[in-house]
Design a protein around this ligand. Structure first.
Ligand SMILES: [Fe+2]
Length: 176
């Protein structure tokens, strides 16, 4: 399963720290197994259940937002150099893991993908952090997962989470 995850998420190669890269794959593998999904399901699970008639799939959303984050970081660093503080590895790992908890939040019933029982209690930022904590992801990456969505609106977001949050909502608003 690990090789399938790596081929579905080529942006993993952007993470320079091999140990961090492996932990990101660990979390995806665990989430897929715990949720009862197969890697290819990532191409048929809708990216959100908050809108009707979604034709953008989970994997497309994760990869698109990750690529947007990398592009935003590049522009910001080209423009401002050291005046902006953005950790590339933490940004990419956070971007790849922010929505992984949806694999626990969602369920499939009678051929329809719906919010599952677990998802009624814990939205994906919470289950995502739980999975990341279990696999030893650094606090900086768990911060992106924890604060990327509305749950993070009332606290401080660090640079990587600000970038991810806005890229994520740009994609969400445009394609929902
Ligand atoms: Fe999310």
């Amino acid at each position: 399963m690990r090789d399938e995850i790596k081929s579905l998420l080529p942006e993993l190669a952007e993470i320079a720290d091999g140990s961090l890269r492996d932990k990101v794959v660990d979390v995806w593998e665990d989430a897929l197994k715990a949720g009862g999904w197969k890697p290819n399901d990532l191409m048929r699970i809708p990216f959100t259940l908050l809108a009707d008639h979604v034709d953008i799939m989970f994997l497309e959303h994760v990869r698109t937002v990750c690529k947007m984050c990398i592009a935003m970081e590049k522009v910001l660093k080209e423009s401002y150099g050291k005046r902006v503080c953005i950790n590339h590895d933490h940004l990419v790992a956070g971007a790849l893991l922010a929505d992984v908890g949806k694999l626990l939040e969602y369920d499939e019933r009678e051929g329809r993908i719906v919010k599952g029982r677990a998802g009624e209690f814990l939205r994906h930022p919470f289950s995502g952090v739980g999975l990341c904590f279990k696999h030893g992801l650094p606090n900086e990456v768990m911060h992106v997962v924890a604060t990327h969505s509305k749950e993070g609106d009332h606290g401080k977001r660090f640079s990587e989470s600000i970038i991810f949050h806005h890229a994520d909502f740009t994609d969400f608003e445009l394609v929902k």
